[in-house]
Design a protein around this ligand. Structure first.
Ligand code: HEM
Ligand code: HEM
Ligand code: HEM
Length: 70
């Protein structure tokens, strides 16, 4: 799928995977050990990796409800 949806108690997170692939080019930004399921994926991983990058680049959602939509 081009877009993944991750259900969460805070509200569903919609992740445009294809857009990130095209924009970032480097799969290893997220897939340390190669493409496929990410070991340890979940709340802590996402807040570190997703929110971390958006914060660092000052681009992309960083507020809770910018990612989590009911
Ligand atoms: C998971 C809260 C910000 C993306 C979670 C979970 C909670 C949470 C409680 C676990 C959900 C569950 O157990 O059902 C928050 C709060 C935020 C915040 C309070 C603000 C301080 C963000 C932001 C992003 C994000 C900014 C995106 C850049 C995710 C993702 C998951 C997640 C992808 C994993 C869902 C899964 O494991 O399937 N968040 N979040 N969150 N959050 Fe957040
Ligand atoms: C999942 C490939 C870049 C985040 C996947 C999957 C593949 C893949 C094959 C498994 C899909 C499925 O289960 O149906 C790739 C390739 C990339 C790339 C070839 C580079 C061109 C990225 C980037 C990010 C990312 C840059 C983060 C910004 C994720 C996430 C999942 C995923 C969060 C779901 C992980 C899980 O459910 O455990 N990717 N990806 N990917 N990818 Fe990527
Ligand atoms: C934008 C989610 C990981 C860099 C976005 C957007 C979402 C999102 C929802 C807004 C897309 C739009 O407006 O069309 C996530 C989630 C991540 C993740 C859930 C983890 C699974 C990352 C990582 C990086 C990154 C690791 C950098 C290494 C960016 C950038 C944008 C963006 C640069 C801005 C794109 C633009 O303004 O055109 N992200 N992201 N993201 N993300 Fe992520």
């Amino acid at each position: 799928a081009d877009v993944f949806e991750f259900p969460a108690s805070m509200g569903k997170v919609t992740f445009p995977h294809k857009k990130h692939q095209e924009m970032l080019k480097d799969c290893k930004k997220c897939h340390e050990n190669g493409p496929g399921k990410i070991k340890g994926f979940g709340k802590d991983w996402a807040h570190k990796t997703c929110k971390g990058c958006h914060t660092e680049l000052k681009k992309g959602p960083v507020g809770c409800t910018d990612c989590h939509k009911k």
